[in-house]
Design a protein around this ligand. Structure first.
Ligand code: ADP
Length: 268
């Protein structure tokens, strides 16, 4: 029983407004469209580094007399190959996530342990830029889920906070527990996200501004992965941001043993 969406568009013709009944797309049609967009995005994202590697390989031979040039091309090829493998890894991660039912194999997990693993994974990057990762808030909170996936989600949020913040700034990681809902917030003092872009940051391949990306460049998949992990755990994620002041990403998960009821009950 597919729902029928009537998509009404208003087109302006001369000085008169004309209403156009654009289409009546079903949910399955939309799903198919999303899938097609995703594949188109993937091929675009893969073509860029592959194209660069091919060009560099072609340029390598005529440059063989110039060792400095050869070294430069080789380094660039290495960078592009790293990017290619990062994109591939994240795409695989994302498709795996879309096909898993985390809650059916969930284990009771101590959030402190997961946070400290994710913090450890980011320590080198934070130290290198003189940044502080400060963990605070409620201790010994338990959630039901997949340890690897939750660690990955928190790790992605901390890595973003580091990437989009100035050297020497502070990143706060805090836990709150209220009526069976666990709230984990990651707050940075970074560059912020424009208000118009905020709702889109969880979309696959969405990047606020290509120019922001550092040398290696982001893939735009990180937050989409986080969103899927959180949703697979029966939770949700929200973001707040103020340009030039910083951003906060808050994951909400049901506390262990409360199942998803607390979050769902609240939404009703
Ligand atoms: P990317 O790989 O580009 O970091 P993400 O999906 O993780 O992709 O994030 C999407 C975009 O959202 C990023 O390109 C960046 O512009 C913006 N963004 C994410 N986290 C932050 C943050 N903490 N501060 C500012 N901008 C952020």
């Amino acid at each position: 029983e597919a729902l029928i969406h009537l998509d009404v568009r208003v087109a302006r013709l001369g000085s008169r407004y004309v209403m156009v009944l654009a289409d009546d797309r079903t949910d399955s049609y939309r799903l198919e469209e999303t899938r097609r967009d995703f594949i188109a995005n993937i091929s675009h994202e893969l073509k860029t580094p592959i194209g660069a590697i091919s060009l560099l390989a072609e340029a390598l031979e005529p440059a063989s007399d110039d060792p400095e040039q050869v070294r430069r091309f080789a380094r660039r090829m290495g960078t592009e190959a790293t990017r290619l493998s990062q994109i591939t890894r994240e795409i695989i991660e994302l498709s795996r996530l879309q096909a898993t039912d985390v809650l059916s194999t969930a284990k009771r997990l101590d959030l402190d342990g997961i946070i400290s693993t994710a913090v450890d994974q980011n320590h080198v990057a934070a130290d290198a830029r003189g940044m502080t990762l400060a963990v605070g808030g409620k201790k010994h909170v338990a959630v039901d889920g997949d340890e690897t996936l939750l660690t990955l989600a928190i790790n992605n949020l901390i890595a973003n906070a580091i990437q989009y913040s100035p050297d020497g700034s502070r990143i706060g990681i805090g836990v709150r527990l209220e009526e069976g809902v666990v709230e984990l917030s990651i707050t940075d003092q970074g560059i912020g996200i424009p208000e118009d872009d905020l709702p889109r940051v969880f979309e696959r391949f969405f990047r606020v501004d290509q120019a922001r990306s550092r040398n290696t460049g982001g893939t735009g998949l990180g937050l989409s992965i986080v969103k899927h992990v959180v949703q697979n755990h029966g939770g949700d994620i929200r973001a707040w941001s103020q340009m030039g002041q910083g951003s906060t990403f808050t994951i909400r998960l049901p506390e262990a043993s409360n199942s998803a009821a607390a979050l769902q009950g609240e939404k009703r």
